[in-house]
Design a protein around this ligand. Structure first.
Ligand code: NAG
Ligand code: NAG
Ligand code: NAG
Ligand code: NAG
Ligand code: NAG
Ligand code: NAG
Length: 309
């Protein structure tokens, strides 16, 4: 009886580590694997919540990561977002010598991920991060360090990094607005046609006295906050646990120039709902209708845009 209890007590951790290993192996992409736009077109994460691969883009395809549970794929990351659509005869290869490369039918190759050493494997993680590992299973490249318009729980926006909005919800090329985590500690938004830092700023946290290496962080419970270099919380933008059910969150700077924290209830086949929004004034973003113009919000979704001249 005593022995049996001991076994019971020791089993949870061993079960847990076995499960964790199984998850890694399931979503592990080995050398020699490849994707094409038309057949085997993506690598799913273990849970199936996220996928990395080709998605339709205009007349061709783009490579990105999407949240696969919502009825319409939600693109959370796009590679080379301003490049023309890819043709159907390209192949993305994790080559046998450890390079992630894009190859055209007629043989041209370009590196897709630049790493200083060869990869040993790749993985689409359940967090929504696509990573390349070296032979010691250390991450040598990850999409979380090259965000486009969205961060996911567990992903930080580090000092010097920024999110840039998309043209529209269906066109993920560089749009009109950026959310920049400045090296001086300030988190701020600007129109993209101006350099970040000049008087085109239209929103900020005014946390620049905090100094270097402040980061924007999102937790799995939806908590959104700034940490300083010593790991102290210097500003909470949203407290966690605001949504019932089994939510997954994303923070996106939307095409309209406002950033929103969205939640999706994994227990239902629903849609993304806004869990937090710092400012609801759709006229806040500068440059919506040119410099010499004014903007009056009519209701939640309509704007009255006009020019002084
Ligand atoms: C991925 O699989 C390869 C063999 O296919 C293995 O050598 C490597 O250790 C695995 N990596 C991880 C992180 O599980
Ligand atoms: C994908 O489709 C093409 C043409 O339809 C075919 O030549 C190729 O072998 C297919 N690849 C796989 C992995 O099924
Ligand atoms: C996305 O928008 C850009 C800029 O307006 C345009 O050049 C491009 O063709 C669009 N892409 C798609 C796939 O519609
Ligand atoms: C990788 O490096 C090459 C050569 O330096 C460069 O042309 C290419 O844009 C880089 N690709 C990425 C994804 O950074
Ligand atoms: C920020 O982080 C970098 C890299 O870790 C470090 O070299 C630098 O000293 C840090 N700056 C501050 C102000 O903490
Ligand atoms: C969501 O929809 C899919 C297919 O329509 C169905 O298989 C699944 O059971 C649904 N899940 C929930 C939680 O309703």
């Amino acid at each position: 009886m005593f022995l049996f209890l001991l076994l019971l007590l020791s089993s949870p951790s061993s079960i847990f580590s076995r499960t964790a290993t199984a998850q890694q192996i399931n979503s592990n992409v080995s050398l020699g694997s490849f994707l094409t736009p038309t057949n085997n077109s993506y690598w799913p994460s273990h849970s199936g919540h996220f996928a990395f691969g080709f998605y339709p883009n205009g007349e061709g395809f783009a490579i990105g990561i999407w949240f696969a549970k919502s009825q319409q794929k939600t693109i959370t990351w796009t590679a080379n977002r301003d490049d023309p659509p890819l043709p159907r005869d390209v192949t993305l290869i994790l080559s046998s010598d450890g390079r992630l490369i894009l190859q055209w039918e007629y043989g041209q190759q370009i590196p897709f991920a630049n790493t200083s050493q060869p990869a040993s494997s790749a993985s689409m993680l359940d967090s929504g991060n696509f990573v390349l590992y070296d032979s010691d299973s250390r991450i040598i490249w990850q999409t979380f360090r090259a965000p486009t318009d969205t961060i996911l729980p567990g992903q930080s926006l580090l000092a010097g990094e920024e999110l840039v909005s998309s043209i529209s919800n269906t066109n993920h090329t560089t749009g009109r607005f950026r959310l920049k985590m400045h090296r001086d500690g300030d988190l701020a938004m600007y129109p993209t046609q101006y350099a970040a830092g000049d008087d085109s700023l239209y929103w900020n946290t005014a946390t620049h006295p905090a100094g270097g290496n402040v980061s924007l962080n999102l937790d799995t419970d939806g908590k959104l906050y700034l940490l300083n270099a010593r790991g102290f919380n210097i500003r909470t933008l949203n407290d966690g646990q605001t949504v019932f059910g089994n939510p997954i969150y994303r923070l996106t700077i939307d095409p309209d120039g406002l950033f929103r924290l969205y939640s999706y209830n994994l227990d239902q086949n629903g849609t993304w709902l806004v869990a937090y929004q710092d400012n609801e004034n759709k006229c806040l973003p500068k440059g919506l209708c040119g410099l010499n113009s004014y903007c009056i919000p009519l209701d939640q979704d309509k704007l009255y845009l006009s020019s002084w001249f």
